[in-house]
Ligand binder design. Structure first.
Ligand code: AHR
Length: 621
């Protein structure tokens, strides 16, 4: 394979090529990147997922029951936990999101109590395998039956616990009560990324940082949409004090706390240097019902309110609200997606005929610089101009490789993003796409990862059309999930983090950003697929390649126009033992070889790429 790369005549890239997609699925928010350790901290529920006591259990002889008091902690959190006992040391215990990692570090906690109590609570971390208290603190109380009172504390274990079989407990002397106390919003945080209050889990943020991501698409996915009326992800219920966030029944089988809300997403973007790609609710529920055209305006207004909340100054209604919540500095939104996969809605949802245009016209009327795009590329809008969209693809490896040229005829102008993609099932003799009735890969498998690389190379070659791509789903709690495969998996123990084979591939591609795609003479694709370009940040020439379905190693020679004999290059090649190899807890199958190369007399770099490999050649300019 001879690759001759010109040094002019290509297309500038958007600079956003690789990003992150986020929605609360697989306990990726609650029980995932949102660092809260207490599961069911506020007994949130809905008609879809009624409030439960689980996983709270009693310590001692207390009887636990849920109460909807006439004077609840807040209208958003109407249900509380009544702990009834008249004597003895009693209390409540929570096992966290399938375990609590306890380290020698500071934990910050709080809880609210209503009821007469004359004494102090003991807040502790407890290992139930060894029956050992790992850390404990006395929390003086002036609890009263007149109102709800907040208690705050810190806990600092002296050593790391051996495992995550730990609980958080609040205990007290019941004889100092009138027979029962009500508890709500019981929260415990470890240190968070950048020390943000109500912040994010450090190990998972570091894992994401390793991808060098340029954008965050949030907050969905299906989870934005809600299944049925009246539930969808309402931005204004995800802001402010936690006691004012009601949560909502996410579309992925569990109630969301909305502790991870709009402000937290924006800090997440800020902390990892990512462009926010904000999805607004499009008036369309996942199960099909759509707000019709005549009733849509309040929802369009709501999207405008959300944008004003994020971007407005204190003289605006919603900018003032943000300021009053303690965030005087606005953020900037440049990308807004209308809905999620609205093209998939049956029942005459009419996304095409009015919905998208109505949102876009209103948003651009107020914010002309925002790129408002559709949640589909199935354009059939009643207009002649080109529309930006979001392409999603979950498929099999062969099908992905067949999509290498898929974007060649798309509209130029960087109008399309790939908001979700993944190889999710093995190849089948008859070919074709995914069969949703069959099992999917538990973890990304290497052949799928290589096929995704081929697909991404097709996108990078078309960088004048495709402005960015994000694998989905991004996160998976290994103890409770709805979807595989996922990019990063984890449990309560940060030792269990799994950076998948696809993570490794994206990490490599994302670390070598092309700022200008360069033309290649007589391109010849398959079994090797590639893109060539120049990086102005590192002043280097780059060829990214993937080899798929080759009977023998591919001999490659690469010549960059203007690069001559003696130039130095570095070739990084990723491989795995088998097509079916995958990363899992404690195992990383991806082999990385890094070789220094020197251009020969004709300025050519010569090397060999094995089958099922992903590689990057970088040559300093
Ligand atoms: O990534 C999982 C789901 O796949 C998303 O929620 C949805 O957008 C897509 O159908």
């Amino acid at each position: 394979l001879d690759i001759k790369v010109a040094n002019t005549g290509g297309n500038a890239t958007s600079g956003y090529a690789y990003g992150v997609m986020f929605e609360d699925i697989n306990h990726s928010g609650d029980g995932g990147i949102y660092a809260e350790l207490i599961r069911n901290r506020a007994f949130q529920g809905s008609t879809v997922h009624p409030s439960v006591v689980d996983p709270w259990t009693a310590v001692g002889s207390a009887a636990l029951s849920l109460q909807n008091l006439s004077d609840p902690l807040s209208s958003a959190l109407p249900t509380s936990l009544n702990v009834a006992a008249s004597s003895g040391p009693v209390g409540i215990s929570n096992p966290g999101y399938w375990g609590i990692e306890v380290k020698a570090q500071k934990y910050t906690g709080s809880f609210w109590v209503k009821g007469n109590f004359n004494g102090s609570f003991s807040a502790s971390l407890f290992n139930y395998l060894s029956n050992a208290t790992l850390a404990s603190v006395e929390v003086p109380s002036n609890a009263s039956s007149n109102d709800w009172r907040e208690h705050t504390f810190t806990l600092t274990p002296e050593t790391d616990a051996a495992n995550v079989n730990n609980t958080f407990r609040i205990t007290y002397d019941a004889s100092a009560t009138d027979g029962s106390l009500d508890f709500n919003l019981i929260s415990l945080f470890p240190p968070t990324y950048n020390d943000r209050p109500n912040g994010l889990r450090i190990d998972l943020m570091e894992a994401l940082k390793g991808l060098n991501p340029s954008f965050l698409r949030f907050p969905g996915g299906n989870n934005l949409e809600g299944d049925d009326p009246p539930y969808y992800l309402k931005w204004n219920e995800t802001i402010g004090p936690l006691k004012d966030r009601p949560g909502f029944p996410g579309t992925w089988t569990y109630e969301n706390t909305n502790g991870l809300g709009l402000i937290e997403y924006l800090y997440w973007c800020e902390d990892l240097g990512m462009e926010p790609v904000l999805a607004v609710w499009a008036g369309f529920y996942l199960s099909g019902p759509a707000i019709n055209e005549t009733d849509l305006q309040p929802y369009i207004d709501d999207a405008l309110n959300e944008l004003e909340f994020i971007m407005g100054d204190a003289s605006t209604t919603y900018g003032a609200l943000r300021t009053s919540l303690g965030y005087p500095d606005p953020w900037v939104i440049r990308y807004v997606e209308v809905g999620n996969e609205d093209n998939l809605g049956g029942g005459g949802a009419s996304y095409e005929s009015y919905r998208f245009q109505a949102f876009r016209d209103a948003i651009n009327g107020k914010y002309p610089n925002i790129f408002v795009f559709a949640s589909t590329v199935a354009y059939n809008f009643e207009e002649t101009e080109d529309v930006g969209g979001d392409y999603h693809q979950y498929t099999r490896p062969d099908y992905f490789v067949g999509q290498f040229g898929f974007f060649d005829n798309f509209t130029t102008g960087q109008k399309t993003m790939i908001g979700e993609y993944a190889a999710v099932q093995p190849n089948i003799p008859q070919g074709g796409g995914v069969n949703w009735d069959l099992p999917k890969f538990p973890f990304p498998e290497w052949i799928g990862t290589v096929s995704e690389a081929v697909f991404l190379l097709g996108a990078e070659r078309n960088a004048d059309k495709i402005w960015g791509a994000a694998y989905a789903p991004t996160l998976q709690n290994l103890n409770s999930y709805q979807w595989t495969p996922d990019l990063i998996s984890y449990s309560a123990s940060s030792d269990d983090d799994v950076l998948s084979t696809s993570y490794k591939m994206i990490e490599l591609f994302s670390a070598h950003r092309i700022s200008e795609v360069l033309p290649v003479d007589s391109p010849d694709f398959g079994p090797a697929y590639y893109v060539a370009g120049y990086s102005n940040s590192s002043d280097s020439y780059i060829v990214k390649a993937a080899v798929y379905n080759s009977t023998e190693p591919v001999n490659v020679s690469v010549a960059f126009e203007g690069v001559s004999e003696g130039a130095e290059g570095t070739l990084t090649v990723l491989t795995a033992p088998e097509a079916t190899s995958f990363n899992s807890v404690g195992s990383d199958v991806v082999e990385t070889s890094t070789t220094s190369l020197t251009a020969g007399s004709d300025g050519v770099f010569s090397f060999e790429l094995p089958d099922l490999s992903v590689s990057v050649l970088e040559v300093k300019g």
